[in-house]
Design a protein around this ligand. Structure first.
Ligand code: ADP
Ligand code: MG
Length: 258
């Protein structure tokens, strides 16, 4: 693999990860440039979620390394040595990386506004007024300005996921990770969530999106990555991977989802 410019937002190098005897990531290399949208495709169990979770250190890698925005994830370099970061430092690092889950993971006992202000208040030390003002701007951006006082259970799945995206943005992340953000939604609600993600893409947000929405990948992705059995089988621009896949496993997968 060729050397990447030092300005890449995400570098994943030779990452291996096992759970017990099962090797789930078998040497993954990936680079994502600033402002790029990378869509990750692949069958269930191929390691997509594990890859995202290692990038924001919800899982520790067994070997290899990951850097985001120039900083090693989970480690600090001093001379030639690597030192594991303390939990506090890992949490601080994680605030730079937004994560949007399939099942929204909103705090059920907090209002929409409180869901958005919780982390800026506790992790960034923002004032209540500042955090609330930012939250209201973000809610407007995802089309939910009028739902600030609602509780998650009072919203549709599509609205809840838009709140979850606004909540991720509230920490002003350098990188956004999406793990199948529309898979839990009724079909008629998928479009409103994809539209929000498309908006973010057009505004230059760097993101990695695991999804089976091939139309979205074709329209929005700078790069499409196909994973199978813990490896990146092929990657390229959408036309290369989606219209002219080089590998039989990619072709077999696409014939099932298209
Ligand atoms: P994908 O997101 O592509 O469906 P995952 O990364 O979730 O794949 O899972 C890859 C493999 O790792 C699966 O076989 C899954 O069962 C296994 N796995 C994932 N997380 C864990 C865990 N915490 N403990 C044990 N096995 C896991
Ligand atoms: Mg998954």
């Amino acid at each position: 693999m060729s050397a990447q410019p030092a300005t890449a937002m995400v570098e994943v190098r030779a990452v291996h990860k096992s759970f017990g005897a099962t090797e789930v990531l078998r040497g993954v290399d990936l680079s994502v440039g600033r402002g790029e949208v990378t869509v990750v495709l692949g069958p269930s169990g191929s390691g997509k979620s594990t890859l995202l979770r290692t990038i924001n250190h919800l899982e520790k890698v067994d070997s290899g390394w990951i850097s985001v925005d120039g900083g090693l994830i989970g480690y600090r370099r001093s001379g030639d040595k690597l030192y594991e970061l303390r939990e506090r430092e890992i949490l601080r690092q994680r605030t730079r990386i937004g994560f949007v889950f399939q099942n929204f993971n909103l705090f059920p006992h907090l209002t929409v506004l409180e869901n958005l202000t919780e982390a800026p208040l506790s992790a960034l030390g923002r004032s209540q007024a500042e955090a609330a003002a930012t939250a209201r701007q973000l809610l407007a951006r995802v089309g939910l300005a009028d739902r600030a006082g609602a509780y998650p259970r009072q919203l549709s799945g599509g609205q809840q996921q838009r709140v979850a995206i606004a909540r991720a943005l509230a920490l002003e992340p350098a990188l956004l990770l999406f793990d199948e953000p529309t898979s839990a939604l009724d079909p008629e609600l998928v479009g409103e969530v994809l539209d929000v993600i498309k908006d973010l893409a057009h505004q230059g947000t760097t993101m990695i999106v695991v999804t089976h929405e091939i139309g979205f990948a074709r329209e929005v992705a700078d790069r499409v990555v196909f994973m199978d059995e813990g490896r990146i089988v092929e990657q390229g621009n959408p036309a290369e991977v989606l219209d002219a896949p080089r590998h039989e496993r990619t072709r077999a997968f696409l014939s099932k989802v298209l």
